[in-house]
Design a binder for this molecule. Structure first.
Ligand SMILES: [Mg+2]
Length: 261
C-alpha cells in the first residue's frame, strides 16, 4: 500500500541551521569566560562534547572531568542560563543563517498543505531566537513545537518524537523526519519514523554506518544553485529535496546498501 505523506517533523540544530560550532559553542565559551573559568572549547573539543546530549548535561560532563568532582546543580544552572543568554544574543545579531534549501522546502511543504512540526530537545528560548531571527513568516508553517522542556529524556531517546506523533494525530508510517545527527536518527527510528538525514558540519565527519537506519543520506536539502549530493537513497531529481522526494521515501524500503545515484 502506498503511504501518503501526512506530516514532516524538523529537527532544529544542525538541520535548520549550522548552530553548533558558530552558535552554541561560542555561547558556551562566553559563559565559561564570564564565570572566570579558564577553559575554552575549540572545535575538536566541542565535537567530542557533542556526544553528550543537552547543554547542561554537556557542561556537567566537562566540568566533572576537568575538576574531578561533580559540579553543583546551582552552578550548572547559572552557567547554562548565561550560555542561553549569549546564544540568543548571537542569533539576534545575525550570527546564524538557515541551511541551503531549508526555507524553500518549508515553503513548498506549506504550499502542498503538508503539516510540519518542530521536534527538538533544545530549549524553547534557543529555538524561539533562531525561528525569529531566521524564519520570519515561515514560522507559521509549523503547527507545533516539541522542545526540551516538553520531555523528560532528550534525543536519542524517542520521547520527543512519540509526543510529536500524538500531537500530529498522524500514523507514524505517514511521517518523514529531517535530522542531521546519529542521535536524532536513533530517536526518530525508535519512534518508528522514516528519516532523511541531511548531514551537517558536525555529522558529515561521522562514520556512514551510524546512518544505516536512514531512508536517505544526503549532504543537505539542495537548491537550484547548490544541488545536493545523495550519499545513499533514491535519486534526487534536480538536486533538490522536494515534497515529492519525501513522499518517495515513504515508499522506499528501509535504506541499505549503495546509493541509486
Ligand atoms: Mg540536530
Amino acid at each position: 500500500m502506498v503511504q501518503r505523506l501526512k506530516a514532516v517533523f524538523w529537527d532544529v540544530d544542525g538541520t535548520l541551521a549550522e548552530t553548533e560550532m558558530t552558535g552554541h559553542r561560542l555561547a558556551f565559551n562566553r559563559a565559561l569566560a564570564e564565570a572566570g573559568l579558564a577553559w575554552q572549547w575549540d572545535p575538536p573539543t566541542y565535537r567530542q562534547l557533542l556526544r553528550v546530549a543537552g547543554g547542561r548535561e554537556r557542561l556537567a560532563a566537562f566540568l566533572s572531568e576537568v575538576e574531578c568532582a561533580v559540579p553543583e546543580g546551582s552552578r550548572l544552572d547559572q552557567l547554562q542560563a548565561r550560555k542561553q543568554v549569549h546564544y540568543r544574543e548571537l542569533v539576534k545579531s545575525g550570527g546564524l543563517a538557515l541551511r541551503t534549501g531549508v526555507a524553500r522546502l518549508i515553503a513548498e511543504l506549506a504550499e502542498a498543505g503538508i503539516p510540519q512540526a518542530i521536534v527538538t530537545t533544545s530549549g524553547r528560548t534557543a529555538v524561539t531566537a533562531l525561528m525569529e531571527a531566521c524564519l520570519g513568516d515561515l514560522q507559521r508553517a509549523f503547527g507545533f513545537w516539541v522542545c526540551g522542556e516538553d520531555v523528560a529524556r532528550k534525543k536519542p531517546h524517542p520521547e520527543a518524537y512519540r509526543l510529536a506523533i500524538q500531537q500530529a494525530r498522524v500514523d507514524p508510517s505517514q511521517i518523514v523526519v529531517l535530522e542531521d545527527s546519529a542521535q536524532g536518527l536513533r530517536a526518530a527510528s525508535a519512534a518508528g519514523l522514516s528519516t532523511l538525514v541531511t548531514l551537517s558540519q558536525i555529522s558529515a565527519t561521522e562514520p556512514a554506518q551510524q546512518f544505516e537506519g536512514a531512508r536517505a543520506l544526503l549532504d543537505g536539502l539542495g537548491d537550484t544553485a547548490q544541488p545536493v549530493a545523495v550519499r545513499r537513497g533514491p535519486v534526487c531529481p534536480g538536486g533538490m529535496v522536494t515534497p515529492s522526494y519525501l513522499q518517495r521515501l515513504l515508499m522506499a524500503a528501509p535504506a541499505a546498501g549503495a546509493s541509486e545515484a
